[in-house]
Ligand binder design. Sequence first.
Ligand SMILES: [Fe+2]
Length: 292
Amino acid sequence: MALALEPLNDAFVAEARGIDLSRPIDAATAAAVEAAMDRHAVLVFRGQPLDEDQQLAFTRWFGPLDLGLKKVFRAPNRLRHEESIDISNVGLDGKVLARDSKKMFSNLANQLWHSDSSFQLPPAKYSLLSAQVVPPHGGDTEFADMRAAYDALPDDMKRRIDGLVSEHWALHSRILLGDADYTEEEKAIIPPVEWPLVRRHPGSGRRSLFIGVHARRILGMSLPEGRMLLLDLLEHATQPAFVYRHRWRVGDLVMWDNRCVLHRGRHFDPAVRRELRRSTTEDVAWAQGNAA
Ligand SMILES: [Fe+2]
């Protein structure tokens, strides 16, 4: 069967059907998925309960696999593959973690609007999140369309931010939440990176805001002025008009484009089990300077 798409909202999210992700796909199918991602930016595949190998095999079609913050948090992995990122509240013993465990802090940081791995070079291109166990209440994931958000900015704001560059840092979101107990060595593992506030999304040709909680300052501005501007932009960009909220079902696989979408998890009872598994690709084209 061929890929079939049904828009879930006006702009940037579609349900994708017609492909069995548990089986190997071919280059033509991968190209069709990539074209759909350029058109929409978030694809929802329902009823695809993938194991780790199946998820990673599908993800690899879209670029080298990213490890992100795993380079800093060298904790033992509950999952079999290093490239599988454990978005769960479960420990190595299979039990739900204590609410003051370090991994729980990561889960909380995931509830701030961000673009995966925007703090590193290369940043992330696509992330894929597979739902294994979902809580009965809460724990949704929201996505915000940064192309539509840019288009809707007033002209004077577009002029104001044109050419500005922000600095993203891996631990900024953690420190913002008060999880600041890092050694100098850990802080230095992923050095800060600089990104234009406005980038052109290569697949669609549209301009897009590149912001989120990893952005900690704007070059050439005082910290307060830069942070206030980042907060203003984030508030604008995450208005309901630009946001899709995904209510997870077991077996969902949701795929999004970090180059033009922000996302955040939503609150759930930390005592209730939630298990999702993420795989992410690197944006090699941007890292090589091919996207402008
Ligand atoms: Fe994330």
